[in-house]
Design a protein around this ligand. Structure first.
Ligand code: AMP
Length: 196
């Protein structure tokens, strides 16, 4: 089962991904996490990506697609995987289709988590407050200004994936504003149909 998670920053993709990993036993492939690991390890990719990520811009399609292509070769991806944060552009979606076609595989379903912009901003503010209260450091891109910019980038570059996957008849929309448990239940109802 190959699943894509689509939704603006802060929609709850990470939280719900953890649930899917546990219930369906497929790994979560978060390109954001992979890129942050590359930045921390100061690899050539990380050194290139750092400033781009800090500013809330997208890393180049070629870099991200290469990371994903290598990762999906791993044995744990054989039963399927959950893509979180990839594809982020229509070009990436086309690159994904091409790399899966080579392996005679394809995307099964795309879940779009819908959350209003106002709710996203409220969530961001409480996340910042809670992180600071715990005495932890904020992510460089976790501030209101960069967040608003990331939302803009989402609307311009990532939202076109919604009609792209709707045309492929793979899109399922889930209300991301319900409780965490209710959102998980709605996602389960969708994914149970695709379980191998
Ligand atoms: P995320 O953790 O998914 O919010 O990603 C954090 C940052 O990593 C994004 O703002 C981008 O700079 C970068 N990033 C993650 N995934 C991608 C992707 N598929 N394409 C381009 N940039 C990405």
């Amino acid at each position: 089962m190959i699943v894509i998670f689509l939704g603006p920053p802060g929609a709850g993709k990470g939280t719900q991904a953890a649930h899917i990993v546990e219930r369906y036993g497929i790994p979560q492939l978060s390109t954001g996490d992979m890129l942050r690991a590359a930045v921390a390890a100061e690899t050539p990719v990380g050194l290139k990506a750092k400033a781009v990520m800090d500013a809330g811009n997208l890393v180049s399609d070629d870099i991200v697609a290469a990371i994903v292509e290598e990762r999906i070769e791993a044995d744990d991806c054989a039963p399927g995987f959950l893509l979180d944060g990839f594809p982020r552009t229509v070009v990436q979606a086309e690159m994904l289709d091409a790399m899966l076609e080579k392996k005679e595989r394809q995307v099964d379903v795309v879940i779009e988590l819908q959350v209003d912009e106002k709710v996203l901003l409220e969530r961001l503010k409480s996340r910042i407050k809670e992180t600071l209260e715990r005495g932890e450091k904020l992510r460089k891109d976790d501030n209101e200004e960069t967040f608003k910019y990331r939302l803009q980038v989402y609307k311009e570059q990532t939202a076109p994936l919604i009609p792209f996957y709707r045309d492929q008849e793979k899109l399922k929309v889930v209300d991301g504003m319900a409780s965490v448990e209710a959102v998980s239940a709605e996602i389960d109802a969708v994914l149970d149909e695709y379980r191998a």
